[in-house]
Unconditional design. Structure first.
Length: 448
């Protein structure tokens, strides 16, 4: 393979996803990339995910022996997947003649709160990493895990290795956090649904936040949040080739403001409807407080004003399907407490969203989107908007069609002419050490 020499950064964090390290060949490929960056003169920290389906397999193992695996023990179990990847990669790197050291999240100084299986990072005490780097070592850190303030192993939620990588990049003041994955970058829609989807050269943090929150699986939401808050540019790229990938950067660094950047979707939604709620101040707050205490992430909320004399309101919320049981369990006591009528659930919900920074200043996007869905015979159950996003909850079975229709209607495909584009190179400026021309060195001259 004729791979281009990497850009020389002073410090780089490179994260490899599960598919990228699924087999021996993948571990060696990742190790090769890591060594290449080190040989180009960078201080390199690599964060690895668990191999292939390891995390799913470990979860299945737990559910084979326990109906409700204890969260602390679940974290002990799940954290092993990432450790395997790091130890193996360190072996390869050592064989390649470089010094490597693998660290658990705890050893790497990732301190979290105590909420097992979805812990939040509170602090990164990166002294051990720093001294290893000072000693000329390549540091491998097990992703997705940390140690709680009460000294227990925690994990950061599915896809959490992205967050580990960004948090380390922030703590080490890295030039960039490179996320190596099994796709070429961030796309205008899921290419498995829309073959014509276009890879995006640059996406702003704000757009990426909305995209991750609305179903784009390529980057974990928390990682994007962390990157935005700390100004860490993310470079999302394939670990299998030298394609240019997608940069996720500050909005003022991006040169284009497309009306719509991407169509995202999710099929993991469930709806909970509480009927006959008393119509008085504080009730909605009480419902949401109960859900928050059960660690259920509420997405959309709709409350209907009472239509009848009895002053009873209805409220619907959407939650991740995986949290539906927790949500109904948490809400059931409210029946007695508040005199709620019914708690109805619907599991087969999906969501389609349009995201684009240009929406802020252009009216009419919602009107067009809703018309497109209507013309396609898709019934819209709930709608929510942000300044740069429109989301519609629809039946799960309509999601694929809705994505395709919107993608076409807003001209997002490879073939479509995009009037919002500015001419030329959209790659943002990430100053490499030495001030070389940005984006030149790691541009693939040709396909391998
Ligand atoms: N292995 C964990 C997961 O599958 C974390 C990650 O891959 O980032 O969710
Ligand atoms: Mg993963």
């Amino acid at each position: 393979m004729n791979s281009a020499p990497p850009v020389e950064f002073e410090t780089v964090v490179m994260k490899f996803g599960g598919t990228s390290v699924a087999d021996a060949e993948g571990i060696k490929r990742a190790a090769g990339r890591i060594v290449q960056a080190a040989e180009a003169g960078s201080r390199v920290v690599a964060v690895l995910s668990a191999r292939g389906k390891t995390t799913d397999d470990l979860m299945a193992m737990a559910h084979e022996v326990s109906l409700r695996p204890h969260p602390r023990e679940m974290d002990m179990l799940l954290s092993t997947g990432e450790r395997i990847s790091c130890a193996l990669a360190a072996m390869v790197i050592n064989d390649l003649g470089h010094e490597a050291i693998s660290l658990t999240g705890s050893q790497a100084g990732i301190v979290t709160d105590t909420s097992h299986t979805k812990a939040r990072i509170l602090d990164v005490r990166a002294d051990r990493i720093r001294s290893a780097l000072d000693g000329g070592k390549i540091v491998l850190v097990a992703g997705f895990q940390g140690v709680s303030t009460t000294a227990d192993v925690t994990t950061l939620g599915r896809g959490g290795s992205d967050t580990t990588a960004v948090a380390l990049a922030a703590a080490l003041a890295a030039d960039v956090c490179e996320i190596y994955t099994d796709v070429a970058g961030v796309f205008s829609a899921d290419p498995r649904i829309v073959p014509d989807a276009r890879m995006l050269a640059v996406v702003s943090f704000e757009e990426m936040l909305e995209m991750s929150a609305s179903g784009a699986g390529v980057l974990q939401l928390r990682a994007v949040e962390y990157a935005r808050n700390n100004g860490i540019p993310i470079h999302c790229r394939s670990s299998f080739d030298d394609g240019p990938g997608t940069f996720v950067v500050d909005e003022h660094t991006t040169m284009e403001r497309p009306l719509v950047t991407a169509v995202t979707h999710s099929i993991d939604e469930a709806r909970v409807t509480l009927t006959g709620l008393p119509d008085r101040p504080g009730i909605a707050g009480r419902v949401l407080t109960v859900l928050a205490a059960a660690m259920v992430n509420v997405d959309m909320i709709i409350q209907n004003e009472p239509q009848s004399e009895d002053h009873r309101a209805d409220m619907s919320v959407t939650v991740p399907r995986a949290d539906l049981l927790a949500a109904t369990e948490a809400l059931t006591p409210l029946k007695a407490e508040l005199g709620v009528g019914e708690i109805a659930t619907d599991e087969a919900m999906g969501k389609v969203s349009l995201v684009g920074a240009g929406m802020r200043s252009h009216p009419g996007v919602a009107a067009k989107a809703l018309t497109v869905l209507g013309d396609a015979g898709v019934n819209i159950e709930m709608i929510s908007t942000s300044p740069i996003k429109i989301s519609c909850v629809i039946r799960e079975e309509h999601v694929k069609d809705a994505v395709r229709e919107l993608h076409t209607a807003f001209g997002l495909g490879k073939g479509a002419v995009r009037h919002e584009d500015v001419a030329g190179d959209h790659r943002p400026i990430i100053e490499p050490e030495g001030g070389d021309e940005p984006g030149e060195e790691d541009d693939p001259g040709e396909a391998p």
